[in-house]
Design a protein around this ligand. Structure first.
Ligand SMILES: Cc1cc2nc3c(=O)[nH]c(=O)nc-3n(C[C@H](O)[C@H](O)[C@H](O)COP(=O)(O)O)c2cc1C
Length: 288
């Protein structure tokens, strides 16, 4: 399951986990500097469910020492791992040399991995764009290999460059090429928008796994369905969309502070409401 700002809260993660115990979950991206400074309502941003494991906190930042300190604070005495955000392409993040801007500073990106590994002694992964302003597989492979040499345990590639934002389709050719050239696991991400696509990419020999973002907010049971399909289990489940919706909205209210309700609710329902397109026939029960 992708890390998604204002969506992958403990409340949403619990929904995914209820369907699939195996899926690797991520927190929303967390500012390392804010973790260290004790930012407003941080405790809600990094709270975890007992059932979250396997799970990574995703960190955003640029100073290796601050990133390492935040990583240690979040993971000490836990089995959770750290993921470094090298994919966010929002202009205000790039301006601070964070997120995908790290693709332009290989040395700094490697130092972040090295120091986080040293301080936590645990797994450190990277989620990155396939480039900064162009898709050049040679350059991307070179960068990913440097991350691997610095100790990254796995790398997730979103098959678009940062300047693309979400325009054009994710390029899975470059994702597969990176997968072919690295020894650590490479996870592919970008534009998995239906079950067939998920199944095809999941079976790709070049990569070790897939990460799904927006489509999994619409259909949080997608991971369960994939694993069931792979194991040839034919039982059909019925999902009650209204029960799931109620559980999300009630738990957002019960477990998150008032200031978070509107933003978290709005973001979730933007994707989830895509299930209700074919009114009214699939309104109450939806089989997918
Ligand atoms: C609302 C939203 C929030 C996101 N937040 C994060 C984030 O916190 N960290 C991150 O690495 N990527 C973030 N992303 C990028 C996704 O994790 C993912 O890479 C991207 O959406 C492509 O995957 P998809 O086509 O399956 O959605 C976000 C994307 C969206 C749409």
């Amino acid at each position: 399951m992708s890390p998604l700002a204002e969506i992958t809260t403990p409340v949403f993660r619990q929904i995914v986990r209820n369907f699939s115990p195996e899926t690797h979950l991520y927190s929303e991206m967390l500012s390392a500097a804010s973790i260290i400074r004790g930012g407003f309502h941080n405790e809600y941003r990094y709270q975890v469910n007992e059932t979250d494991h396997p799970f990574s906190f995703q960190l955003l930042g640029t100073d290796p020492a601050i990133m390492a300190e935040a990583a240690q604070f979040l993971t000490s005495n836990t089995k959770y791992s750290i993921d470094i955000n090298m994919g966010c392409s929002a202009p205000e993040i790039l301006a601070k040399q964070q997120g995908a801007a790290l693709l332009l500073n290989h040395k700094l990106a490697c130092q972040i991995i090295q120091q986080c590994k040293l301080k936590t002694g645990g797994c450190v992964s990277v989620k990155m764009r396939a480039g900064y302003s162009k898709l050049d597989s040679k350059l991307t492979i070179e960068f990913a290999k440097r991350l691997e040499d610095s100790g990254a345990d796995w790398i997730t590639i979103h098959g678009r460059h940062a300047k693309q934002g979400y325009s054009r389709l994710a390029n899975w050719k470059i994702v597969n090429e990176v997968g072919k050239n690295l020894s650590i696991p490479v996870i592919g991400n970008g534009d998995i928008t239906d079950f067939e696509k998920a199944k095809n990419y999941y079976q790709s020999k070049e990569i070790k796994g897939i990460m799904i973002g927006r489509y999994a907010v619409q259909k949080p049971w997608i991971f369960h369905k994939l694993i069931k399909d792979q194991n040839n289990i034919t039982k059909t489940d019925t999902i009650d969309l209204l029960v799931l919706s109620k559980s999300i909205s009630t738990n957002l209210q019960n477990f998150l502070p008032n200031e978070f309700h509107k933003s978290r609710g709005r973001r979730f329902y933007y994707y989830y409401c895509k299930n209700f397109k074919i009114w009214p026939f699939t309104f109450l029960k939806n089989q997918r």
